[in-house]
Design a protein around this ligand. Structure first.
Ligand code: MRU
Length: 361
């Protein structure tokens, strides 16, 4: 169902950003459909865990922290569905259990998805052991937990922004970012773009460069839109321009987000991040990763262990519905790459700015 975000739907305080990617309401979860931006600003109303799983898979909602929050809301929707159908307690538990599994199968790389689902699972297990366990009690607990995940993420992003902005020392600094690690990709405010927002508040002469981010164009379609909506001037460049841009002296620092950070500081992020890190190193330009602690996966020794999502070949071979290559063309389309820790100057979290060498365990 397509919808505009009703005025009655209260979203969180997103620290002066106008951009709201998702909100839980009594009718369901409203998602700003990111597949339509920037041509259409349209909220879809998602009413079931099944539809939430599909919205995550098709990237109507995307970005590591936002995927985690959306999945948590998906679990709440499963519980609501069960209550609406007047199911037994056993049926409710099985429906919620099924939703947890289904939502975990949507996208493999962003660890925030599994982190949020584990919090929801722990919440379910806690409530199950209570003497006064009823379905309304479970629904209330799951809703509170999902809302807490959302609220904590906004606060983490704001803290990342404040901390990260202390790294932007030069007046009129040039910052290059990749993909979209903004309000659209989080509960609100953003990680890499949280740093941009906080730095821009101190110095409006700051210059932001956004990589277009082939093949899904998150930089071109989403980052330019969300920054300009908040009045932050942004220059769009193609991915292949980073070398020439850095050579020109326009860039003082690179800041990107992350989908998963291994214990040794290796980072999985949108495909093309690794190239950017190498080019930044070659030009002696600091390369920062901004991410909340929920993006860390200290169970993994290194980036080699991070599962990488491979997406449909059509993302590369088809443009605006038109096939752009020979029908026998072979494709390679990983959605993410691994940037080794040795290329990363620092990781900006909500708690501290971590400097290399990293040991996150
Ligand atoms: O495929 P996407 O658009 O979900 O990928 C998003 C990214 O790679 C972001 O940089 C990352 O999730 C960090 S979002 C704060």
């Amino acid at each position: 169902m397509n919808a505009v975000l009703p005025r009655s739907v209260k979203s969180f305080n997103t620290f002066s950003s106008k951009v709201v990617a998702l909100v839980l309401s009594e009718e369901g979860a409203y998602l700003l459909d990111q597949t339509l931006l920037p041509l259409k600003v349209n909220y879809v109303l998602v009413n079931s865990s099944q539809d939430m799983a599909s919205a995550i898979q098709t990237m109507r909602v995307r970005g590591a922290p936002a995927i985690g929050i959306a999945a948590a809301y998906g679990v709440v929707l499963a519980c609501r569905e069960s209550l609406a159908l007047q199911e037994t307690i056993g049926q409710t538990l099985s429906r919620v259990g099924h939703a947890l599994k289904m939502l975990a199968e949507t996208r493999p790389t962003a660890v925030n998805l599994f982190w949020a689902l584990n919090r929801m699972k722990d919440c379910l297990n806690r409530v199950k052991t209570q003497a006064l366990f009823t379905q309304p009690v479970l629904l209330e607990a799951l809703t509170e937990e999902a809302l807490a995940i959302h609220q904590e993420d906004i606060e983490a992003c704001y803290a990342i922004g404040q901390l990260g902005s202390t790294l932007v020392k030069k007046t009129g600094a040039g910052i290059l970012t990749h993909c979209n690690a903004g309000a659209l990709a989080t509960g609100g405010y953003g990680t890499a773009l949280g740093v941009v927002r906080a730095a821009f508040a101190k110095d409006p002469t700051l210059r932001v460069y956004a990589d277009e981010t082939r093949p899904r164009q998150q930089g071109a379609r989403l980052t330019t839109w969300e920054l300009l909506e908040d009045g932050i001037p942004t220059t769009l460049v193609t991915d292949g321009m980073s070398g020439s841009l850095m050579q020109s002296g326009a860039i003082d620092m690179v800041i990107v987000g992350a989908d998963r950070i291994a214990a040794n500081g290796d980072v999985a992020n949108k495909i093309g991040t690794y190239n950017l890190a190498i080019v930044a190193k070659a030009h002696n330009i600091p390369f920062y990763v901004a991410a909340p602690c929920s993006t860390m996966d200290v169970s993994l020794d290194s980036g080699q262990d991070i599962p990488i999502e491979y997406r449909d070949n059509a993302e590369i071979g088809v443009l605006e519905g038109v096939s752009i290559c020979h029908p026998d063309t072979a494709f390679y389309n990983p959605g993410f790459d691994i940037t080794p820790a040795r290329y990363i100057t620092g990781i900006i979290t909500e708690k501290a700015i971590l400097k290399a060498p990293f040991c996150l365990r």
